[in-house]
Design a protein around this ligand. Structure first.
Ligand SMILES: Cc1cc2nc3c(=O)[nH]c(=O)nc-3n(C[C@H](O)[C@H](O)[C@H](O)COP(=O)(O)OP(=O)(O)OC[C@H]3O[C@@H](n4cnc5c(N)ncnc54)[C@H](O)[C@@H]3O)c2cc1C
Length: 309
């Protein structure tokens, strides 16, 4: 018998899980949230997703993914989940107006928002020199100087990654030391990498720009408030991501940063019948291809669960 699955989120994870779920013979409703396509909608040049050479942007890819599963019967609902309840094996997914969808299983794919610096012009310089993803955009700064902002594991791994292709990498760190959870082996690597310069106790002050985008970063020395300009073509902000788990945090087990925990190697959450895919999942690489892979996995695991009912 057909079972009903509700998928929450219309980024690549949600769209892929919808395609697999509808092809698995279930009825599927997908809540898009207020940003159809998720972070895909911010990608202007998607160069690392195999097989889509003629697809110019993330938005275009999201539209194709939607059509694939909508043509097969997935119901797209432009609304957001506000909470989830479970009663007698049935899930209720609540919408903004307090109505709810009943279903046999739920796939959570609400993604993340990159944490912003909050400086003037940050929004309109994003994609024109400001990036939140070194693996996605490092390629565009080959043999050019860049700055990485942050003092945690993301910043350090971004800097190491960028040092392999950029001429110079500055790391701008607010404090006088790395974050506590940064491994010493990574710090040693940074110290031994000739084209990385660590600027402790400095903060981004403002962006230097021309009509094409970023041409530098002005930084403040936190010890004496003096200002210095770094000539860089790219600025990589690595101060973390905010997972969209506010509405489910009390119901689903999350890690200390709010990302959803799953059984190792699986998309199964601590609630039987609820799966999760994409960037929202704890300890996941934030890439479109990985979100799609996890979307597919969550749908397959969800189908296996539904067969047991
Ligand atoms: C500027 C930028 C450039 C990038 N470039 C690349 C690149 O070149 N290559 C690459 O591989 N990756 C890139 N990434 C990363 C990639 O986009 C993400 O890893 C990927 O989109 C994650 O997919 P997701 O489906 O898990 O989540 P998201 O894309 O974040 O989608 C989450 C979805 O959930 C919805 N949602 C949130 N809360 C609710 C709710 N309560 N109810 C209903 N829906 C909800 C949102 O509206 C959204 O549709 C980039 C990211 C950014 C920001």
């Amino acid at each position: 018998m057909k079972k009903h699955i509700v998928i929450i989120g219309s980024g690549p994870a949600g769209l892929s899980s919808a395609l697999y779920s509808i092809r698995g013979g279930h009825t599927v409703s997908l809540l898009t949230g207020n940003n159809f396509g998720g972070q895909l909608s911010s990608i202007t040049d998607l160069g690392n997703y195999p097989g889509v050479e003629n697809v110019s942007s993330g938005v275009e890819l999201a539209k194709i993914m939607r059509k694939q599963s909508e043509d097969l019967g997935t119901k797209f609902i432009t609304d957001s989940m506000t909470k989830i309840e479970q009663l007698d094996g049935v899930f209720k997914v609540f919408l903004a107006d307090d109505s709810f969808l009943k279903c046999d299983s739920v796939i959570l794919a609400m993604g993340v928002l990159p944490r912003k610096l909050g400086l003037a012009d940050e929004e309109n310089l994003t994609g024109r020199g400001i990036s939140y993803c070194s693996v996605c955009d490092g390629f565009f700064y080959q043999k050019k100087p860049v700055a990485v902002i942050g003092g945690g594991n993301s910043a350090i791994s971004d800097a190491l990654y960028l040092s392999r292709q950029c001429s110079q990498v500055y790391i701008v760190i607010r404090k006088s030391h790395w974050a506590k959870n940064v491994e010493q082996i990574l710090i040693d690597k940074v110290d031994n990498t000739k084209n990385i310069k660590v600027l402790f106790e400095t903060s981004p002050h403002n962006f230097l720009k021309d009509e094409n985008g970023i041409v530098g970063l002005s930084i403040k020395d936190n010890r004496n408030n003096s200002i210095e300009d770094l000539q860089v073509d790219g600025i990589f902000v690595a101060i973390g991501h905010i997972p969209n788990t506010e509405n489910v945090k009390k119901f689903i087990d999350c890690d200390e940063d709010g990302f959803i925990k799953t059984v190792i190697g699986s998309t199964q959450t601590d609630k039987n019948g609820i799966f999760c895919a994409g960037d929202i999942r704890s300890k996941t690489y934030a890439q479109v291809i990985i979100a799609c892979g996890l979307g597919a996995q969550s749908a397959i695991e969800c189908d296996e669960f539904l067969q047991t009912l």
